[in-house]
Every structure is written in structure tokens, then in C-alpha cells.
Design a binder for this molecule. Structure first.
Ligand code: CA2
Length: 158
């Protein structure tokens, strides 16, 4: 039987939260020179190595990020890579959404949040992820997709 068209079983949702649309335009000493478009291309290229697609979304609104998590579940996405930005440290709603849907999730932070201000040391979203990466710069997204692929049994294509 044909699969319904709106499923995304071979897709990883890559979710970026507030202010990450500013990547590459401000604070390069902290966040580097790469733009969000560079991050999204890195994710697409990395996912393709495993025969997967990256569906990349960014929002400055907490509720919209919750909606993306629900959508990933509804479309049977293979996994989620999430950098919820500052909402990582505040959002029980995002924690609850990730827990509720149970889609395997990896949390990424460009910076090492544990080497920064104490208010960044706790992450609600990390509690709902199976792994976290922090401090690798944007390469963390590539590493996260590799780890997610291993977790879901996606093999690298020759
Ligand atoms: O290190 C990360 O990836 C963060 O999630 C980035 C968030 C921050 O609130 C978290 O504590 C750690 C901030 C994203 C803001 O991104 C900007 C990018 C360029 C210029 C200004 C902000």
C-alpha cells in the first residue's frame, strides 16, 4: 500500500529557536561566522549521507517550536535535532512536547553552555533528549545527525 504523502519517515527535523536566525551577523566571537543557512546546508548534506532529509525550521516563538515538535511526530519523522536557544533554559512546554511525542531527539548548543553564565547551565529540553552536544560550534549539528542516525539504525550510503 502506498504511504500517505504527508509522512516524513526518512526525515530529521532540525529545529532552531530564538535569535538563531541572527547567526553569522552578530556576536561572532561567541557564535562564529556561519549563518543559519550554512547550518541548514550542513544538516541537509549530513542527513543525505544517511539517505535522510533534513527539514530545517527556525522560530522565535515558543509555541511555534511546540507545533514543529508535534508536526514531527504527526509526520512520523525519524528524529529531531533541536537547539531551542534560550528556551532550552526556560521552557517546560518544549520539554513536555518532546517527552509527549517520544521522537528521538538530540539537543545541540553551539557554545559550551556549562562554561557560560549559570542561568545557561540547566536545560529543560536536554532532559527530554537522548543526547546533548555543546561547544562544538556548528559542527555540533553534524555530530548530532551522525549520532541520531546511529541511534535509529540509519546506515551511511556508499
Ligand atoms: O550555544 C547555543 O547554541 C545557545 O543555544 C545559543 C542561545 C543561548 O541563549 C543558549 O544559552 C546557548 C542564543 C542564540 C542566539 O544566537 C545568536 C546568534 C548570533 C548573534 C546573536 C545571537
Amino acid at each position: 500500500m502506498a504511504k500517505p504523502k504527508d509522512t516524513a519517515e526518512e526525515t530529521i527535523y532540525v529545529l532552531n529557536g530564538p535569535n538563531l536566525n541572527l547567526l553569522g551577523t552578530r556576536e561572532p566571537a561567541t557564535y562564529g561566522h556561519a549563518t543559519l543557512a550554512d547550518v541548514e546546508k550542513l544538516c541537509a548534506d549530513t542527513a543525505a549521507q544517511f539517505g535522510l532529509k533534513a527539514d530545517c525550521r527556525q522560530s522565535n516563538r515558543e509555541g511555534e517550536l511546540v507545533d514543529f515538535i508535534h508536526e514531527a511526530h504527526a509526520r512520523k519523522a525519524a528524529g529531531i535535532v533541536i537547539n531551542a536557544g534560550a528556551y532550552s533554559h526556560t521552557s517546560i512546554a518544549l520539554h513536555d512536547a518532546l517527552k509527549a511525542v517520544g521522537v528521538p531527539a538530540v539537543e545541540v548548543h553551539i557554545t559550551n553552555i556549562h562554561a557560560r553564565e549559570s542561568f545557561r547551565h540547566h536545560s529543560f529540553t536536554a532532559m527530554a533528549a537522548f543526547a546533548i552536544l555543546a561547544g562544538f560550534g556548528i559542527d555540533g549539528y553534524r555530530l548530532a545527525i551522525n549520532g541520531l542516525a546511529a541511534k535509529i539504525g540509519a546506515k551511511a550510503k556508499a
